[in-house]
Structure formats: C-alpha cells, structure tokens
Design a protein around this ligand. Structure first.
Ligand code: PGA
Length: 280
C-alpha cells in the first residue's frame, strides 16, 4: 500500500506474462512519470484553472523519483512554466519543428521551447503521424533538434488495430524505434522517454490490458538492450498511453516494465489526473 497523502491505494501485483530482463528490473530505479497530454483542448481561462488546481494539489504529494509533466497547447506553455516555477510539475510541449529558427510559418522551435523552460516535448504521437504524415525520418530530426537544446523527447510508438490483428505489432514498434531513435549515441538516448501507445486504445475507452502493455514494454526494453546495453534499458522510462484513467491506472502501473502513463482525456480534469498520479 502506498500512502500518497491523497488517499491510500492498493497495488496488486499481477503475474507477468513475460519474464523480466533480470532481477534489477524489479527495483524500478528508473524515473516514474505521469504526463498529461492536453491535446487541442482548453481555453486560456480553463487552462489556468487546471494548472493551478494541479499545482496546489501536488503540494500534498510526495513525489520520490517521480515526475509529473503537463503538456498544454503551445499557447499556454508560458503560463504553465510560470505556474511550474512554484510547483512540483514539469512542462512539456506537444510538438516542435526540427530547426532552430527561420521561415517556417506557424511552427515552434526547440530553441523557443527552451527559452520558456520547457523540459519535455512529445514527438511521434499517432495523431501527428496520421493527420500530418510525420515520417520516421522527420521524427528522427525532431529528436535530434530537441536533444541539441536539452529537451527530453517523449517518443510515442504503437501499432494500429490491423497491425495487432496481423500480429505485426512488435515489428511495427521495433521499426519505429529503429528508424527514429536508434541512431542516437547512448548518452543522448538516455535522455529519451518512450511512450507505448497502441493506436486502437487512444481515446477509445478500450485500454490495452495490463498483460498486453507489459508484454510490449518488456519487448521495447529488450530492443534497447540489444541496441545499447542492459543498464540503459533498465534506466529508460517507458510510459503506457491509451485510455489510461483513474480506474485502470494502478493495475497498468503495477506491471514491471510500465513506468507510468501518458494521459490524454483523463488529464483534463484535475481530480482524475491526480488520482492517476496517486496510482504510481
Ligand atoms: P487518451 O490519449 O488517454 O485520451 O486515450 C492518450 C494519448 O493520446 O496520449
């Protein structure tokens, strides 16, 4: 049982479907993260209310080796950074363009994000892959651009339903990692957070089962062992995303290779989001 200061939550361990890489994985020394991806939601006033509600409530939390990240729309990043100065959360962007500056109308660069104390940036989200045709190569450029300015990419990967049904989900995720991240030298790769987000689970109310999440997270960690080394894999934070909410978070987070969540819809209400943080 973990007493978080906001209620007591039971963490029931379920048997894993796959063996751990080794015993050290159980120690979960790597950082745990709950990140809220607000997507294209909230007016300025609503954003201000949500930010302050979360900031106030987090004062009562003990966040050992745990980070809460809020990723509001870009328009509200400055406000989020101001609130974060006195609060226990970090600020993340939802997107960036992989150049420092220049004639890219409407885009936002990592340099600009850094100037607002933004420490994280989501890349590779399935909505951007789908609606904006973002390629593996483009995501590789974004990862490089962010890391040049000391911003941690939160790299999303995951398969669509037809790929899972065709049993190609492992290959799909491996290719996403290989083509956009595995060119990084190990010291740079260590700054990346990975989010496994099966596309069929995003915004659908149908989350991956804890077993499905664990199986893919263990697979991702194994790919990192093979590309880099055991220690790097063991220290990489791998989040689950896709219809994660206050009801299912504790069971998902109790899986050995699930180090927290990237939360969409359920991050828009402070109470539910904070319950998810409590589930870590
Ligand atoms: P969801 O979205 O929690 O609303 O399913 C998750 C995400 O897209 O990051």
């Amino acid at each position: 049982m973990t007493d978080t200061g906001r209620g007591t939550f039971m963490k029931e361990k379920k048997p894993d479907l796959k063996p751990n890489l080794n015993i050290k994985t159980n120690l979960k020394m790597r950082k745990k993260i709950v990140a809220g991806n607000w997507k294209m939601n909230m007016t300025f006033d609503e954003a201000e209310t949500l930010l302050t509600e979360i900031a106030d409530a987090l004062d009562d939390f003990t966040l050992d080796n745990t980070e809460v990240i809020l990723c509001p729309p870009a328009l509200y990043l400055e406000m989020a950074s101001d609130v974060a100065e006195e609060a226990s959360f970090s600020v993340g962007a939802q997107n960036c363009y992989p150049a420092d500056n220049g004639a890219f109308t409407g885009e936002i660069s990592p340099v600009m994000l850094r100037s607002l104390q933004v420490d994280y940036c989501i890349i590779g989200h399935s909505e951007r892959r789908k609606y904006f045709n973002e390629s593996h190569e483009f995501l590789m450029q974004k990862a490089d651009a962010l890391l040049r300015h000391d911003i941690h990419p939160i790299f999303c990967c995951g398969e669509v339903l037809s790929e899972r049904e065709a049993n190609s989900h492992f290959d799909v995720v491996r290719k996403q990692l290989e083509e956009s991240l595995f060119h990084l030298p190990v010291e740079e790769f260590k700054k990346v957070v990975i989010a496994y987000e099966p596309v069929w689970a995003i915004g659908t109310g149908v989350n991956a089962t804890p077993g499905q999440a664990q199986e893919m997270h263990a697979y991702i960690r194994q790919q990192i062992v093979e590309k880099y080394d055991y220690e790097t894999a063991n220290n990489t934070t791998i989040l689950y995303g896709g219809s994660c909410n206050a009801k299912n978070a504790a069971e998902l987070f109790s899986q050995n290779d699930v180090d927290g969540g990237l939360i969409g819809g359920a991050s828009l209400k402070s109470e539910e989001f904070l319950q998810i943080v409590s589930a870590l």
